[in-house]
Design a binder for this molecule. Sequence first.
Ligand code: HEM
Length: 433
Amino acid sequence: MTAPPAPGPSLLATPVLLRELFVDRLGLLTRARRHGDVARLRIGPKTMVVANHPDAVAHVLVGNAGNYTKGIGLAQARRVLGDGVLTSDGPGWRDQRKAVGPTFTPARLAEQLPVVAEEAGALVDRLAARIDEGPTDVTAEMTTLTLGVLGRAVLGADLSPYPDLGEIFETVQDQAMLEAVTLGAAASWRPTPGGVRFRAARRRLAAVVDDLLDGRPASDGLVDRLGEGVDRATVRGRITTLLLAGHETTASTLSWALHRLSRHPEIRRRVRTEAREVLGDRPGDVDDLRRLTYTGQVVSETVRLHPPVWLLPRVAVDDDVVAGYRVPAGTDVVVCPYAIHRDPAWWPEPEVFDPDRFAPGRSWSRDAYLPFGAGRHFCVGSNLGTAEAVLVLARLCRDLDLRAVPGRGPAPEPMLSLRVRGGLPLTVHKPEE
Ligand code: HEM
């Protein structure tokens, strides 16, 4: 007997689903759990299966991962960024995964942390110049910080001569997302203002990466490993993709963490107390990181509620059966960490920001926690990204007090990563003694 198709809304719901795909992707995928462990969303000619239950997720990402390649948005991301470890699959992906491996070992992390600490110090100085002044957009600052770290600690290159890099990445991502949600109708070659902006941004990005390559960066050999046996266009794509994967996610984590801290003075105080006890006046190193336990919990809780990679898209290569339902070859199967992390079946009071969920000795649903993905595509930079977020938060809370501007909280913008729509204005103050 063949398995039945997964349950989901009728084909007549296409106009509603299409609208939601455009204006409320997070809501659409969160509501999909109403249909059960997996849901089938038919949007015109496109069918998308959403894996809602952790067992279904584990099947797609781990147990039967060999039957799934990366999916929705991949073609668009590859067109705008190039063919990098984040945007590829198959043998090309395997080679790159091998090439980046040596850059993300614990020994390398210990060498990378002083750079993180230096960039954190520069960030504190920039923000300290704004003490008791008007609101400052901290999202732009987080992008500057994470690009600085990535450039120096991973690629061995100084990216400070390119202050527009964050904005360029925003423009190329906007185009990739627009193409993905309009199912290709908004192609980048069109003579629209967005298309023109995108093409200019892509040219600039290529020029920046070429500059970087021509400067023969003093990396740990990563750039050479990525360039082995491939032409300039290919290596450019590989570096561009790594640049995006390595800075956006950590910048998003830090921005959302600062938003949460700005609204919870008691949590901010706990982070400050811990930072003072552990770091004293020092910049922070690997041993300190292990002792910044509560700050680590704040980061874990931030990426639960605001996972920067909010969607893990896959495509089934051959027919499969997931949680008892038929998934024909070629079906888009998606896992939405944002929705799973807010599912009351796995997380009590899921909307509450409570870092103590992750306190030592507390048990929590590991299978329903996917901020870094799972299986063979598990994030290569998870240790660096986490270490960076923890150390920067500790330094910011130790040295400054960042407070919310009264009014509505920021809205999420689910692009290639989960951005803060319109930036995050906070005011900067001296911390209490
Ligand atoms: C808090 C920060 C970060 C988060 C939340 C995060 C999250 C993720 C997730 C969920 C994936 C899996 C994507 C999938 O399965 O389709 C991923 C993959 C990846 N991440 Fe991260 N990431 C972070 C930081 C970093 C950093 C700092 C780097 C590099 C410097 C990095 C490089 C990559 C790469 C290259 C991949 C592709 C891996 C593959 O496909 O094999 N990430 N990341």
